[in-house]
Design a binder for this molecule. Structure first.
Ligand code: LLP
Length: 418
């Protein structure tokens, strides 16, 4: 997908230098071909299962990205009213949207019901009570799946682990039976599914094995109690290789494991992948502003910063960083700290990274930035939100433009009394 041709780095058939020159940097560039291929790879891995792939919008919510996937028939996992609106706007029908999240407002629940989403994944008894009230006011039946917290260690970064008992997500297994019993007595609630999600960037199948076993056992138990469950939502979380030597499980292994557990349950399986579809499909293109020597350190200062891509600052995440101009094979390497211009030491993309010589004005890409990149960006330091482009073959379109500083400032209001 990212390949050098005649010494220049291309994404699909577009030279990234062209995007850097024409759109300016920093800028996110996504490959529509890769997005579609990754979605199709999930389809292949789950072939034979009654399933729905619900792309986790939180990973990348650009309308063009969602439309690419909606056109393939993808479903969507939304975690806010805003994300439901984004999915609808991109052309997804309500019945292909799952609404999840640990703290939904009544307005969001109303929006979800009015959109006739296929399922609302609820995370607490008080939420079920609220939902029942909202559904009653609309004279509708709310289809719910309760999210179970299976107390499983996903063996991922602590900030993106969600399935342990100390995490805020879901309800403990010990209370599941009572919650379903209570919910089934409410006038405007239908218990139609069961959900879980144990974490993100999982690089080992073992926690999935435990999670699938727990989910299937619970599913059968609940059906045995008379709940008319139709869907089992096993969440997302499959990891991608950020480092060259990372070896996360393959989609085929993941699919085979899932099939092994759900084979004897007659229901629809929902999966909610985000990173696996969008992550490797995108890069953050950035230009080197300065290279300066510190005390025993060489700093390469980029025009991208932690406000554009927060993952390294927040999770110490590793992203490969690559020159757009192909370095020669015998080019010397040096150790660099690769940093952004924001006034925080956390604004660091790599420490002591061995790299071919970096020079001012060099274009670089930060790889695997298509998921949890742009969506987590901010305007910290009054740096405009990073623009985004979507590539198809040898053409690209700007799918979110860079706001001007005037646009940013004009959102503020000075009160008349000042
Ligand atoms: N379903 C639920 C209920 C989730 O909470 C998440 C992610 C997903 C699906 C999608 O997970 P994925 O397939 O993308 O791993 N900002 C962090 C990741 C946070 C993930 C939050 N939940 C990062 O940059 O690593």
């Amino acid at each position: 997908m990212l390949t050098y041709k005649n010494g220049d780095l291309y994404l699909e058939e577009v030279a990234l230098r062209r995007i850097g020159d024409e759109v300016g940097t920093p800028v996110y560039a996504y490959s529509s071909g890769a997005l579609k291929r990754h979605y199709q790879e999930f389809q292949t891995a789950l072939h034979g299962l009654d399933h729905m792939i619900c792309f986790a919008i939180k990973a990348n919510s650009n309308q063009a990205v969602l439309k690419c996937l909606a056109d393939l028939g993808s479903g969507f996992d939304a975690v806010s009213g805003g994300e439901i609106s984004r999915a609808l706007h991109a052309g997804a029908p309500g019945h292909k949207i799952v609404f999840a999240g640990v703290g939904k407002t009544k307005d969001e629940l109303r929006l979800a019901l009015e959109a006739e989403v296929c399922q609302i994944n609820v995370e607490s008894e008080p939420e079920i009570t609220s939902l029942n009230e909202v559904a009653q006011s609309l004279d509708l039946q709310a289809p719910i799946a309760v999210r179970v917290n299976p107390d499983i260690d996903a063996k991922t970064h602590e900030k993106i682990s969600t399935g342990k008992s100390e995490n805020k997500f879901g309800v403990p297994i010990s209370r599941i039976r009572d919650i379903y019993r209570h919910a089934s007595h409410l006038s405007h609630i239908k218990t139609t599914g069961l959900a879980l999600h144990i974490g993100s960037q999982l690089t080992d199948l073992a926690p999935y094995r435990d999670a699938f076993r727990t989910a299937c056992d619970l599913f059968k138990m609940l059906r045995g109690e008379g709940h008319p469950l139709k869907r089992l939502d096993v969440g997302g979380g499959l990891g991608i290789p950020y480092k060259s030597d990372d070896t996360p499980p393959s989609l085929a292994e993941y699919g085979a494991l899932l099939k092994e557990f759900v084979a004897d349950i007659d229901c629809q399986i929902i999966i909610e992948p985000g990173r696996h579809i969008a992550g490797p499909a995108g890069v953050l293109l950035t230009r080197v502003l300065y290279v300066k020597s510190g005390n025993g350190r060489e700093f390469a200062i980029l025009d991208a910063a932690m406000n554009d891509l927060l993952r390294p600052a927040l999770y110490d995440a590793y992203h490969r960083i690559t020159h757009v101009s192909q370095p020669s094979l015998n080019e010397k390497k040096r150790l660099y700290d690769i940093v952004g211009p924001v006034c925080e030491s956390a604004d660091t993309f790599a420490v002591h990274r061995s790299m071919p010589i970096i020079k001012p004005n060099d274009l670089m890409v930060i790889e695997a930035a298509g998921a949890y990149g742009s969506v987590m960006a901010s305007e910290y330091n009054t740096r405009p939100l990073t623009p985004e482009v979507l590539i198809q073959s040898d053409a690209y379109s700007i799918v979110r433009k860079r706001p001007s500083i005037d646009e940013i400032i004009s959102r503020d209001r000075i009160p008349s009394w000042l």
